[in-house]
Write a protein that binds this ligand. Structure first.
Ligand SMILES: *Cc1c(COP(=O)(O)O)cnc(C)c1O
Length: 337
């Protein structure tokens, strides 16, 4: 084992939580699907983990449900509050409705309307506050203190991380052959921490590669500094990952389990949305295309051939109106198909 006893204990702790997470009350086991055109173009076998096919069109219901289901009866009666750029909000709203818990969700004022509607239509209260996630977060934390409701972090929580880690459990069961790397989109690091903990415990030779928007690269900054840093500003084109500081629980895992972090531009995301569309006839949101954009950059840089590379296709919540911009950039930006 390549890890210290303390690290090994931490991974084992998460693996147990992941195996015990009752996420399938609300989540589905999503397909791990071949991407033939991308595979052909890139000279590697590319598999897409289709988390865009979850009931809320992103993996976030896994972590949200696993967190809410473990609250005490007293906490459930008081209700929950959270801050979210949108997908966690819909996850919490769905999980709360399923469990009969009142939920208030603070979202940045820039949140795409369909994510706001996704929350309200599931019976939760949506408050719009602040220009980006960090402002919404501060407000939600204040409200939680004032109201006695439990704050449910979108990423910085062991139960949330364990819920997201069920994605990796499925991948390793769905694909038992050679596997070189899993590319994971990173916002606050809950998803990658859960995936990395599970995969590194069972198959440490599989590389875990984080992919961030260059406008919110808080994991890369933390890995370089050796400590969590707060980014002075974040761009919100990839609104699902527009986070200024990597979560503390996630970073504890990432610092020794993440092999590499790649950053991609908005144009690379637009091109990747098109790649995914060409292979699946499905549209992803910008954050959902991060991993594919990361694979393309990785293959171009390393000249990798004949490898099996998994991309987490993490979400599909994009306003229909935004597609025009995405299509224009994909056509004009010069990023190779
Ligand atoms: C939340 C989210 C991510 C990033 O997950 P973190 O746990 O915050 O790192 C990636 N893609 C989509 C679509 C998301 O909603």
């Amino acid at each position: 084992m390549p890890y210290t006893p303390e690290q090994q204990t931490l991974l084992e702790h998460y693996v147990k939580k992941i195996l015990a997470a009752p996420v399938y009350d609300v989540a589905v086991r999503t397909p791990l699907q071949a991407a033939p055109a991308l595979s052909e173009t890139l000279g590697n076998r590319i598999l897409l983990k289709r988390e865009d096919l979850q009931p809320t069109f992103s993996f976030k219901i896994r972590g949200a449900y696993n967190r809410l289901v473990q609250l005490s009866d007293e906490q459930k009666a008081l209700g929950v509050i959270t801050a979210s750029a949108g997908n966690h909000a819909q996850g919490v709203a769905l999980a709360a409705r399923e469990l009969g818990i009142a939920a208030t969700i603070v979202m940045p004022a820039t949140t795409p309307e369909l994510k706001v509607l996704g929350v309200r239509s599931r019976g939760a209260e949506a408050l719009l506050h602040g220009a980006s996630f960090p402002f919404a977060l501060t407000h939600a934390l204040q409200l939680a203190v004032q109201s006695g409701r439990t704050f449910v972090s979108p990423f910085d929580d062991p139960d949330v991380i364990a819920g997201q880690g069920t994605v990796a459990m499925e991948i390793l069961r769905q694909h038992q052959g050679p596997l070189d790397a899993i590319f994971v989109p990173v916002g606050g690091g809950g998803l990658i921490a859960g995936i990395a903990a599970y995969v590194k415990y069972l198959r440490p030779q599989v590389r875990i590669i984080g992919v961030e928007s260059e406008h919110s690269a808080c994991l890369q900054a933390a890995m370089q500094a050796g400590a969590r840093v707060v980014l002075p500003e974040v761009g919100t084109f990839a609104d699902g990952v527009a986070v200024a500081q990597i979560g503390a629980f996630g970073f504890e895992v990432c610092r020794f389990c993440v092999d590499e972090v790649i950053t991609v531009s908005n144009d690379e995301l637009c091109a990747a949305i098109k790649n995914i569309y060409d292979d699946t006839r499905s549209i992803t949101e910008p954050s959902g295309a991060l991993a594919v954009a990361g694979i393309k950059q990785y293959v171009a840089r390393t000249a990798a051939r004949g490898q099996t590379l998994v991309a987490i296709d993490s979400g599909a919540n994009i306003n229909f109106d935004s597609l025009r911009h995405v299509a224009e950039r994909a056509a004009a930006c010069g990023v190779p198909a």
